[in-house]
Design a protein. Structure first.
Length: 41
């Protein structure tokens, strides 16, 4: 499930870093990765 995501209104390069919350009794964030996204018209 993804929340709070919207497309940027300006062109440019954006860094996206993704973490997921675990389902354990004491949940911790798990690092999933990082990407550079280039938006242009």
């Amino acid at each position: 499930m993804v929340r709070g995501i919207s497309n940027p209104s300006d062109t440019g390069m954006y860094r996206v870093q993704v973490q997921a919350l675990g389902t354990e009794a004491n949940p911790l964030f798990k690092y999933l990765g990082q990407w550079l996204v280039d938006i242009y018209n």
